[in-house]
Write a protein that binds this ligand. Sequence first.
Ligand code: MLT
Length: 271
Amino acid sequence: MNCLYADINGLTLAYSDQGTGLPIVFLHAFPLNRTMWAQQEDALSGRFRIITIDLRGHGESDAPLWHYTLDQSADDVRALLDHLGIRQALFVGLSMGGYILFAFYRKYALRVNGIILADTRAQADTEEGRSGRFQMAQTAYTKGPSAIADIMIPKLLSPATIQTKPEIVQKIRGMIEGNQISGIAGDLMAMAERPDSVSLLPQITCPTQIIVGELDQPTPPSDAKLMAEKIPGARLATIPATAHLSNLEQPETFNQIVVTFALELGRGKKD
Ligand code: MLT
């Protein structure tokens, strides 16, 4: 993946921009970075313009020590689109990337011509979920990012992947351990404070595809079904034998869904 930098909203953001055609912007999960989309960029950049971003606090982007919000990340994405001269794009957000997409849609719906929500949910955190975020931030502070990798890997990947695909496990561990504690804690605060987006769902008027791994635990198929029921005309694809990081565990199936959706969007077909 190429690594480009842009000075945006007072910090430096890293991103990659590969290919030409319909722009597709990929927003990554917590606590990873844009390289989780490497197989999407490889497979799709021959037909589309693939943009992947290290969201603030992640990867090679700055991770300031301060208060983070998902609205700020949405503003960063919009500023990067302006920097690249892109008026509208198809957006793919996985998990936290999906939460940021809801924030983005609330503020900048006119910049969106289609949405793919993968392994994410519209509901806000429960009280228990918020207190879990606080505990995880304390763990990051006292034990460092490798302790976060120990907690997160079993949530992100299926047991079969963990047992049989050590290269994927290592890749995820490397991404998590490459983050700064300020970014990890900042994201946890931002996710804990995010508003409920269930009431936004009926107002999403652009073509929408939802994807979920059958074995996803953090954002299970029931969350995907709720989004599919409430977003007008949304389609739902469930990928069998796959957990939370469906794009990494089943890249061919995931990519095929994205390509089909993007080609239809390019032709102006709504559903
Ligand atoms: C993610 O994959 O982005 C996180 O699991 C989302 C979350 O913790 O809610």
